[in-house]
Ligand binder design. Structure first.
Ligand SMILES: [Zn+2]
Length: 281
């Protein structure tokens, strides 16, 4: 495949690859670099944790060096890379279930979402009935704030658990940018659910990066639900109507589970963007 091409700046030339560029240190000690291949490395020492980037340097005398950035204060979060090509998942977010991953693996909404929605609604209704400027109104406002705080804590505990499992099991994680799927429910419900999606994506991205995983986001307008993952036609359900459709048939003869089909599309698109260096997050 030939040696890497370098930017010409001085006699010393270098090229840098980040995790998102999918470089990898393999079990056999070789360094896998996109579009170049597996390079034999004379290691000067062991890496203390998964590197977040590698810079390949060519000296004026024509020698090549690989220099890794590793995080040591934070290395409790760094995980061993999973070399398995299939250890990758897309994540299709929804109202019900919360998320669908590769192979139809489902993350259900936790029961406390509903419970907290009811509590929040009740507290908000009580607040709205109190007279402006009254001390009862002040108390009611504190009560609403307390429910919000409790929701946030419970939600974060639950999200941390989900995120930890996903990052442990997958070397590549691809998500969609939040769009407009979260319609059609009450305001309290929507606020809890939408906040959970946003927090989920934020936590997932940061944990994936600290662990040295590949993370990619597909564009908001990418038609993950409409695209047939078999033939590539835009034959799937769309818009609000699509929220109700669980299964659909494409003209090419494939029957799709809506969410599983979307996961496949998100995974493929995420991989493509990362491979082309377009998914820098
Ligand atoms: Zn099709």
């Amino acid at each position: 495949m030939g040696p890497p091409r370098f930017k010409r700046r001085s006699n010393m030339q270098s090229i840098r690859f980040t995790r998102n560029a999918r470089f990898n240190v393999l079990d056999n000690g070789r360094l896998r670099v996109p579009k170049i291949g597996d390079l034999k490395v004379a290691w000067s020492r062991d890496l203390p944790s998964a590197p977040s980037s590698v810079t390949v340097i060519k000296t004026p005398t024509g020698e090549y060096y690989a220099s890794f950035v590793v995080s040591v204060d934070d290395d409790t979060d760094a995980l061993e890379p999973i070399p398995d090509e299939d250890a990758e998942t897309g994540i299709d977010l929804g109202l019900k279930p919360f998320a669908v991953m590769r192979g139809g693996k489902v993350i259900d909404n936790p029961k406390f979402f509903k419970r907290m929605e009811r509590k929040l609604k009740k507290a908000q209704r009580a607040l709205s009935r109190k007279q402006q400027g009254s001390s009862n109104r002040a108390k009611a406002r504190i009560k609403v704030a307390r429910v919000h705080e409790r929701v946030r804590q419970q939600r974060n505990d639950w999200l941390d658990k989900q995120v930890k499992a996903i990052v442990a099991e997958n070397q590549g994680i691809y998500v969609e940018t939040l769009g407009v799927k979260g319609l059609s429910r009450g305001r309290a419900a929507k606020s809890i659910h939408d906040a959970a999606w946003g927090a989920f994506l934020g936590k997932l991205e940061s944990k994936a990066q600290r662990a040295g995983r590949t993370f990619g986001k597909v564009a908001r307008d990418f038609p993950s639900t409409r695209l047939c993952s078999t033939c590539g036609a835009l034959t799937g359900p769309k818009g609000l109507e699509g929220l109700k459709v669980r299964e659909w048939a494409c003209g090419c003869g494939t029957m799709h589970d809506r969410d599983q089909n979307a996961e496949i599309n998100i995974r493929r698109e995420g991989r493509r963007l990362v491979a082309e260096g377009l998914a820098d997050t």
